[in-house]
Design a protein around this ligand. Sequence first.
Ligand code: SAM
Ligand code: ZN
Length: 305
Amino acid sequence: MCVLITLAENVRNLLPYLNCPECAAELAVQTDSLKCSKCAQEYPIHDGIPVFTGGLENVQDIEQKERDSISSRQSVATALDEVSRHHFMPQLEKEAHAVLGKSGNQPIIDLGCGWAWPWLTAPGQSPVICIDFSLDSLLLAKKLLEQAGKRGVYLVCASAEKLPLQADSCYGLWSVQVLQHLQPPLLDKTLSEIERVLVSGGPILIRWLNYSLSYRLSCLLRRTPSEKERISPYYLKRLTASEYYRILAPRFDDVRIGRDELLFQPSLRMTHRSRTIGYLDRTLSSLPGLGTSFCNQLVGRAKNR
Ligand SMILES: C[S@@+](CC[C@H](N)C(=O)[O-])C[C@H]1O[C@@H](n2cnc3c(N)ncnc32)[C@H](O)[C@@H]1O
Ligand SMILES: [Zn+2]
C-alpha cells in the first residue's frame, strides 16, 4: 500500500542537506519523524521542526532547560524588544545579511540561532539553516518568522557538536554568543563539525564575549557575576582577542579578530538603539587600545579550509 506523507515545508526544504547525526546515512521520511536508513535511529518532527537532540548525553542540560523555559514564557509581541536589550540589532542584521548575500543558493548556518531574529529582515529568500538545541526557542522563532511572512529560513533542533548536516552542504556560518557556552571537548567537536559541513573557502563569522577590562571592572564593582560564579547556572567563558585567535587559527584560514560594542554593554546596563551611536561605537571600537580593553564583543572572521 502506498502511504502519502505530507511534509511540513520546513522539513521538505531541509531534506537535501540533512543526514543522520550518528552515522551520516540518508534519512527516510516517516509520518511524523525522520528515520535513519542505516542505524534505524528515529528523529521526531515537532510542529514541522526536526528534532535531533533526543538521544544526546547533554552536558549543557541546565542551559538547555533554561533557554527552553525563557523562550516558552516570552511573547511574540515583546520578543524583539527583549533582543534589543542584549544586542545592537542593526549592526548584527547588517553583518548577518552580508554573509547571506554572497551565498547564492547554498544555505548558510546560524548556529545557536535562539529566536532567529536577524533573518526576519533578510532580503530575498536565500536559504538559512537555523540550528539550536532549545526547541522552545525554535518554536518562538517559527512564530516570529510566520508573523513576518519570511520564507527561506529553516529550523532544526540539534546540538552544535553533532550537526545533522551533510559534509560540504553549506556555504557559510554566522553565530552569535554560542561557542562561549561550550566547554573544551564540546567546543573542539563543534569546530570540527563546522569544518566538515562548510564548503572550502566558505565564510565564518563567530561573535564571542570579550574578557575586557570593563567586564573585569564590572565584576569588581559586583555589577556582573564573576567568571567563577557564572559556572552556575551554566558555563560561560569570555576570551581575550589573542586567546580567541589561538582557538580559530589552527583550523581556519584568514583569521581576523575584530571588536565592537564599546558603547553597548548590557552587563553595565549601557544599551542604546541609535544608529548614530552605533556608528560612533564602531569607530571607537576600532581604535587599538580602546577596543581591546573595553569592547563587549569579539568578532572572529575566518574562511573554511
Ligand atoms: C546567548 S544565546 C544567543 C542566541 C542568538 N544567537 C542571539 O544572538 O540572539 C545562545 C544560544 O545558543 C544555544 N546553544 C547553546 N549551546 C548550544 C549547543 N551546544 N547546541 C545548539 N545550540 C546551543 C542556546 O539555546 C541559545 O539559544
Ligand atoms: Zn544513522
